[in-house]
Design a binder for this molecule. Sequence first.
Ligand SMILES: C[S@@+](CC[C@H](N)C(=O)[O-])C[C@H]1O[C@@H](n2cnc3c(N)ncnc32)[C@H](O)[C@@H]1O
Length: 404
Amino acid sequence: MPEPFLTSGDLLARFQTLDSFLLQHQALWRPRPFHHLHLPWEAELPELAGWLRGRSLEQAEAGDSDLFALPAPAPFPTLAAQAQTLSQLGELPSRNSAERAHALSIDVPGRKLAQIQAFASHLQFRRHPTHWLDWCSGKGHLGRWLTQDDQRLTCLEYDPALVESGSALSKRLGLDARHLQQDVLADDCSERLTQEHTPVALHACGDLHVRLLQLASRNGCSQLAVAPCCYNRIAGKQYQPLSTAAQASALQLSRDDLGLPLSETVTAGARVRRQRNQSMAWRLAFDLLQRQLRGIDEYLPTPSLPSEWFSKTFARFCHDLATLRGMASPGDQDWVALEAQGWQRLAEVRNLELPRNLFRRPLELWLLLDRALYLEEQGYSVRLGTFCEYPLSPRNLLLLAERA
Ligand SMILES: C[S@@+](CC[C@H](N)C(=O)[O-])C[C@H]1O[C@@H](n2cnc3c(N)ncnc32)[C@H](O)[C@@H]1O
């Protein structure tokens, strides 16, 4: 039997179970192995920690791609089984979408087109939409794909270049579309949403899609569809829960915590993975160096760096990064040994991240359910399920809401 998607009656119970699971195991998923030479939980679970620390980087990467089956010591298998059960979520019902003109797919990157088609085929509303509102639309590919002859389209986007090329694309196709330059977080955005709109948001980040839920419910939209992403793109340092249930929870989430669901690497190719590994191994090596140079045994954040930084020699990289962080020159070091230590730490970090990774999907679902419960409190009935396969986009969860 396929797993069911969630509907209004199931939301609160699943939320409460996830909430308890996440609260109970905070010690395992909150601390980031990248930031600590030793994690607080390692003392409690020495067998698991020792097993993970003894493995290679390749084993960590393979382990992450088949996480629930990892033969790690207790309590890993029990936690994996619980996380898997709690993360279960079925596909929303789909229908064969109406034939769309080939011209609509011109200029749309392949993966994006497949996501749009999947999103579109899972939209089911009782009322026929008359006016789509593509929220944070980019060039408006999604909105154009959805809009049939008897429907109108408004796209909201704040990047003027995307507004302009989106508008040109719509004009070329003879579509009745308005592409408006609009910061959706600005006060005047409220005027853009009215009852006649059916808002859709594909991969709108943190605050952006939350704003849609708030404005759409306040302004009387009767139906909407949202596939969120980048939960950690929020203005505040702490997550502001939306629903009464999440507000009552003891779970306090930092911006850093909100990055956990986004930490998987399914869509990265081999070259990107290699570059990322080098960047992380060098940063971890620099972290050892900075602890020694500053005489403070604490992680020091380093900014994101342009890719040229990783074509330097490792010694130059450390010198330049020390200067950037306002530290004294590292002088002469055994650079070969230090770099090797960085790679060794990377293998340990990646393996020690595996228990934490069990909580990625439960935390994502907790966040989605907070949104779903909020919409329910605003009078919507809600369905929550997947709209595409995980490898097409790890952000494959869709919220459909409608109210009478
Ligand atoms: C991840 S993209 C998604 C675009 C499109 N929905 C898609 O699936 O291709 C997010 C979009 O939000 C836009 N955006 C970011 N901040 C915004 C804001 N404050 N107001 C309006 N649009 C914004 C970005 O320029 C970008 O086009």
